[in-house]
Ligand binder design. Structure first.
Ligand code: CU
Length: 467
């Protein structure tokens, strides 16, 4: 019964239902997510399929749509040929449910299962993905959207998903090997050659004239920083990393999404029946078509709505940063090709850069340590504000993700920043210095790492303990 119900959900993954989905009375216990192998049509229906690792038979996995502030129970069954675990990215979750294998839980062995029980305090757009050898498991397709519904449904005409990924595929549709190659890891990470949106190549969204669309954008890329332009449309950014902006902002030229970042766009569709608009990925020349929007059907209204949609605030928004009483910590990023790193400590021993890269598979360090240190970057009493001054002394951008908390950027390159949104993943350009601040109110051991997954693999990860 529960399994059938779960499978019934899977059809909703490509394009979510056209109307807001009411809270499901039976949401909560006993969702089943099967991690396994499947052939998926990433390149399009008439092209060779790709042998991928997937949740629920598809990549992205089924949309997991849960109510806010109510415990859910998700069972993950591992039918993969190797161990796995699932991380609920961006959820301010209980530590034991954070899904980091070898850190907050034992890996789920093949044939075994793990019961995740957690409560999501904040509504919004999140995602779930493997956190066991993630550079390969996420790269093979183990991710899906996690949507936490607002208490009262938000009034939009279409609630749609846009989960983008950057795959490295051969002409035969096969995933290229070489996951975790040190060459990629010491540069920008594993870059792909094939863009998918919702697990498809240039899918079509059909929307009605005058409709208000909520487009939930998620980057599932291992490493590529993507940028999406919406020509002839004027999207408003209503939320980033799941958290509503107090005042929605016009998107501007393009939506920049570093790995793991999300944005909720509100797009008021022109009353232009028959019109086709290509959403473009513009980070590279030439730009490529990411998706097509077709405006068709009966107009929803004569004139598109003009007043911006403001999403209801989450409990997180009441967090008051106490900067006067804060603890402060520096975090120096070093390493990678063309950087100045001479060496680093790895597993308690000092190595020169050459040995680190060639013998240890490490290329990055945080405060001189490659890989997760035995001791946390900071040990913070619960409730205290922590600021971390992140210094990117490398020749590469990095997307730093903090588990279990959201933070605000309060300083960038020495200039104070006011009114930054709450984020769980922040992009630092090469050479940048960014000070973040958050209220360390969630007890436990929390990873703080680069979400360019090969960078994390090759050393760029530390942790913070809230006691
Ligand atoms: Cu990085």
């Amino acid at each position: 019964m529960q399994r059938r119900e779960f499978l019934g959900l899977t059809g909703a993954a490509v394009l979510m239902p056209l109307l807001p989905v009411p809270l499901r009375a039976d949401a909560g216990p006993d969702r089943l997510i099967m991690a396994g192998e499947a052939d998926v049509a990433l390149m399009g229906a008439d092209k060779p399929k790709t042998a991928a690792w997937v949740y629920g038979g598809q990549s992205p996995g089924p949309v997991l749509r849960i109510p806010r502030n109510k415990q859910v129970h998700v069972r993950v069954e591992n039918k993969l040929p190797e161990a796995t675990s699932v991380h609920w990215h961006g959820i301010r979750i209980e530590n034991a449910m954070d899904g980091v294998s070898g850190f907050t839980q034992a890996p789920i062995a093949p044939g075994e299962s793990f019961d995740y029980r957690f409560t999501a305090p904040d509504a919004g757009t999140y995602w779930y993905h493997s956190h066991h050898r993630s550079w390969e498991q996420v790269g093979r397709g183990l991710y899906g959207a996690l949507i936490v519904d607002e208490d009262k449904p938000v009034s939009v005409d279409h609630d749609l998903l846009f989960i983008a990924d950057d795959w490295r595929l051969g002409d035969d549709g096969k995933l290229a090997g070489g996951f975790g190659e040190i060459h990629d890891a010491a540069h920008g990470g594993r870059m792909g050659n094939w863009l998918t949106v919702n697990g498809d190549t240039k899918p079509t969204y059909r929307v009605r004239p005058g409709a208000r669309v909520r487009l939930r954008c998620i980057s599932a890329a291992n490493a590529r920083i993507m940028a999406f332009a919406f020509p002839e449309l004027s999207p408003m950014v209503a939320a980033v990393d799941g958290q509503p902006l107090e005042t929605p902002k016009p998107l501007g030229d393009a939506l920049l999404l570093a790995p793991a970042q999300r944005a909720d766009l509100i797009i008021d569709i022109p009353v232009a029946p028959g019109k086709k608009i290509d959403v473009m990925e513009v980070s590279l020349e030439p730009a490529i078509g990411a998706a097509t929007i077709i405006i068709e059907g009966e107009p929803v209204r004569d004139t598109p709505l003009a007043a911006p949609l403001v999403l209801p605030p989450n409990p997180l928004s009441t967090h008051a940063l106490d900067l006067a009483g804060a603890m402060h910590q520096d975090l120096l990023m070093e390493g990678g090709m063309m950087g100045g790193m001479r060496g680093a400590t790895y597993k308690g021993q000092m190595f020169d850069m050459r040995t680190l890269v060639l013998k240890k598979g490490q290329a990055w360090s945080l405060n001189g340590v490659a890989g997760r240190a035995d001791t946390p970057l900071a040990r913070v009493p619960k409730g205290r504000t922590l600021t971390v001054n992140i210094i990117n002394d490398t020749r590469w951008p990095h997307a730093m993700h903090l588990h279990g908390h959201h933070f605000k950027v309060i300083e960038r390159n020495g200039q104070s920043v006011a009114g930054a949104p709450w984020r769980d993943t922040e992009l630092l350009d090469l050479g940048e210095k960014v000070r973040i601040a958050f209220v360390a109110d969630n007890p436990g051991k929390w990873l703080f790492h680069c979400h360019m997954l090969e960078h994390h693999m090759a050393g760029m990860g530390t942790w913070i303990e809230v006691v």
